[in-house]
Design a protein around this ligand. Structure first.
Ligand code: FES
Length: 484
């Protein structure tokens, strides 16, 4: 910057050191690089300017300047007065060496530099505006950045436009590329759960058995059977895997929620419960019985008591309110039923809806989610809502007013307070609430299981909800999957 260079009247038509107060009562001091850098013509036009007083000055506070390495000394001019300072000194320190006391407020030599009170502003040669001298290093470079808004990166951004990518070419993708023995490409089922199981197999030599369609897993596992009869065999101790469960120290049973779509669901779940009991799968220090749910909101909905009143409630409905319900069997809704859809992404349910109420997506709203193991987590909006969409609770609250049954909450805090009275675990963030299924609600093993084999709960891993179904990339993945 040529702040080797503190300034002088060369920048000003006066002959005295310029010390004036700006409208904010801040002192400004003119700083230039070297006297010879001054424009010679104006200088010639003003021959009456007095010379700078070059008599020795006493540094502010009597400070002595120590040069650890004489080669690192640089020369700067403060109001035309030359001083030698070590590299790394700030402009404020250079001024002090030149005997010029710069007012300061947030600066202290023994604290880290904040540079935010702006009381120590000075003018520096070539700088378009005053700079905070406490934060500005005195270097023989251009004083562009004092972190006060003069940013050449900003200039770059202004010159070259948006920071959004302009990469429009197709990305190359390779299916099932051989990446060596350690890395494998895309799985099509519950990838996270499988990753955990695989870890248990490799780290703890866990024994894994599964019932259902044969699958190609990337860990050692035993295919026990395809249908519920295998479950019954295990429950009744006739299967070789019964012993493995009974002898396991930390047994785990994972039940796919697809069983609840079957008519013999009670019998199946009763068999699972029997196996869990015999294998001591649920005890005070260990809960190894898991149900893998199909929908993100399912666990919380059950905690809130949102369960059908009867098996045929949908078929006999006159009014259906689909709240983010994108996987409902629309064929079951009677033709004359009035349907309201509240959700986002305009999935298939909107084509059946009489009224559509656009709601915010999960990324646009503050929300509470409960995972399958009863742990509640809170999210915050990452992006603003689009168009006329609103948070779900605001839509319900507005409807209640129109319907003259005004709900007693106006803020998200009010909603949470109400939530606390219905399902307190949903507001205990990051805490796990173990499932408590009273024995009175447990299905009894009276029904016979249907020998029909279990099916696959998720046919297309890339199209499992309204968001993935609206995704172009997921559509491409899905097309590749169907081609296989
Ligand atoms: S003393 Fe506060 S910005 Fe320099």
């Amino acid at each position: 910057m040529g702040l080797g260079l503190l300034a002088s009247k060369a920048m000003r038509p006066t002959t005295r050191l310029i010390n004036f107060q700006n409208p904010n009562n801040l002192f400004l001091r003119t700083i230039v690089s070297k006297p010879e850098l001054r424009n010679p013509e104006p200088a010639a036009a003003q021959p009456e300017q007095p010379l700078v007083d070059l008599s020795p000055r006493t540094p502010v506070g009597g400070a002595r300047v120590h040069f650890p390495n004489p080669d690192d000394a640089i020369e700067v001019f403060v109001d035309g007065y030359p001083v030698k300072i070590p590299k790394g000194f700030s402009v404020l320190q250079a001024c002090e060496v030149a005997g010029v006391d710069i007012p300061r407020f947030c600066y202290h030599s023994r604290l880290s530099i904040a540079g935010n009170c702006r009381m120590c502003l000075v003018e520096v040669e070539k700088s378009p505006k005053p700079v905070a001298s406490c934060a500005m290093p005195a270097l023989p470079d251009c004083p562009i950045c004092d972190q006060g808004g003069e940013c050449d990166l900003q200039d770059q951004s202004m010159a070259f436009g948006s920071d959004r990518g302009r990469f429009t070419e197709m990305k190359r993708s390779v299916v099932d590329k051989n990446l060596g023995p350690l890395v494998k490409t895309p799985r099509v089922e519950a990838a996270m759960v499988n990753a955990r199981i695989r870890k248990s197999v490799t780290a703890n030599q866990a024994k894994v058995g599964y019932i259902g369609p044969a699958t190609d897993s990337n860990y050692d596992s035993q295919h026990l059977g395809t249908g519920p009869q295998t479950l019954v065999d295990i429950a009744e101790g006739r299967h070789s895997f019964s012993k493995i469960i009974s002898n396991a120290k930390h047994p785990v049973i994972i039940v796919g929620a697809g069983i609840f779509e079957r008519k013999d669901q009670d019998a199946i779940f009763a068999a699972v419960e029997t196996i869990a009991k015999q294998g001591n799968v649920v005890r005070s220090d260990w809960n190894g019985l898991n149900v893998l749910l199909l929908h993100a909101a399912q666990a919380a909905a059950l905690d809130l008591g949102l369960v059908p009143q009867s098996e045929n409630s949908l078929e006999s409905a006159k009014f259906v309110y689909l709240m983010g319900a994108d996987d409902t069997n629309l064929d079951k809704i009677p033709k004359d039923a009035f349907v309201v859809y509240q959700g986002h992404h305009g999935d298939k349910s909107v084509y059946r809806a009489n009224v559509i109420l656009p709601a915010a997506a999960f990324s646009e709203k503050e929300g509470i989610y409960e995972n399958t193991e009863g742990c509640t987590q809170q999210t915050w909006p990452a992006v603003p809502t689009v168009g006329d969409s609103r948070d779900d609770w605001k839509i319900i609250r507005a409807l209640s007013e129109v319907a003259e049954v005004r709900l007693p909450y106006d803020t998200i805090g009010g909603v949470r307070a109400r939530l606390r009275t219905v399902a307190p675990n949903l507001v205990q963030i990051d805490e796990r609430e173990p499932a408590a299924l009273p024995s009175s609600l447990r299905p009894t093993f009276t029904q016979k299981v249907d020998p029909t084999p279990f099916g696959v709960a998720v046919e297309n891993f890339y199209m499992t909800d309204a968001i993935t179904r609206a995704s172009k990339i997921m559509a491409q993945c899905s097309a590749m999957l169907l081609k296989k």
